[in-house]
Design a protein. Structure first.
Length: 291
């Protein structure tokens, strides 16, 4: 979730705070809350990444004569996509680490990371983003795309939002896609939106990121998913306050798949079939963007 302010880590062991806190990309915070605690190891200082070996190319079809035209490759093999599952399962237990102030772009700072939101039944956003990102990874890997995740599991801390952006930059990613779910309690608020950096701070944040956002949006609409009723317009949301997008030097978007506090969407977000539906739409959007 994107619109909640601040770092919420102090008191995160309470359900109310865990529900309220979403947004690795939350608005500028830059303050630490709560008592000083010994700093645990912070994953962001040395973010682990998980690479997926590209699938082997399909065997050449046997033919006595070459085709008249060269068929378009079935997959964008050799290109790298960075998937960024929002938040992390260990964030809630490590408030000192995730409240650390880090660069957020545009001269601002914000909290390293947040705990994320949850459904009313307690299904956590970090679990949703981890599972869904891995489903996207499976689809992309099957199409020959090398996928890098910004965190290696769902039990660690961080990485910080600036480090997540740095992974996409370091990998020279063809596309960077952050995956989140929102936690709005506004009456009737539901639907997905795709955020992109605006005004763009570099060329990659301009047309490429906007096209990536539109392409992912279009595939999600085609999958029957409703666009947001409460953020952005037609499923798109230009933003200047999202660190991961501000700091990206590669085409990058952030997908808020749905509202975990909406009953219908909570059911979809909580179910494996629902997550596969989100993942398939996101993966198809990425593949269409890669061409
Ligand atoms: Zn989030």
């Amino acid at each position: 979730m994107l619109t909640r302010r601040g770092a919420y880590a102090w008191g995160i062991l309470t359900i109310s705070v865990a529900l309220a806190a979403c947004g690795a990309q939350d608005r500028i915070a830059g303050q630490a809350f709560g008592p000083a605690l010994p700093a645990p190891p912070v994953a962001s200082t040395a973010p682990a990444t998980v690479s997926t070996t590209p699938a082997s190319p399909p065997p050449a079809t046997s033919s006595s004569a070459p085709p008249a035209t060269t068929p378009k490759p079935a997959a964008p093999a050799g290109r790298v996509v960075v998937l960024d599952p929002g938040h992390n399962g260990g964030n809630a237990a490590n408030p000192a680490a995730i409240n650390k102030s880090v660069p957020a772009g545009r001269g601002k700072t914000k909290a390293c990371n947040t705990t994320g939101t949850a459904t009313d039944a307690g299904y956590a956003e970090h679990a949703f983003t981890w599972d869904t990102a891995n489903r996207v990874r499976e689809i992309l890997a099957g199409r020959g795309v090398r996928v890098v995740l910004t965190r290696p599991n769902d039990s660690g801390v961080g990485p910080c939002v600036d480090q997540r952006a740095a992974i996409g930059n370091r990998e020279n990613a063809a596309a960077v896609v952050s995956i989140h779910a929102d936690g709005s309690t506004a009456e009737g608020a539901h639907g997905f939106h795709v955020a992109y950096s605006a005004p763009a701070l570099n060329a990659a944040q301009g047309e490429p990121s906007q096209r990536l956002a539109r392409t992912v949006r279009d595939r999600m609409v085609a999958a029957g998913l409703a666009t947001s009723t409460y953020i952005g317009s037609n499923g798109l949301s230009p933003r200047d306050d999202l660190a991961g997008l501000n700091l990206s030097e590669r085409p990058a978007v952030l997908v808020e798949c749905g509202n975990m506090r909406d009953a219908d969407e909570a059911a979809r977000l909580s179910s494996p079939d629902g997550r596969q539906r989100y993942a398939a739409a996101i993966a198809e959007g990425i593949l269409a963007y890669l061409g």
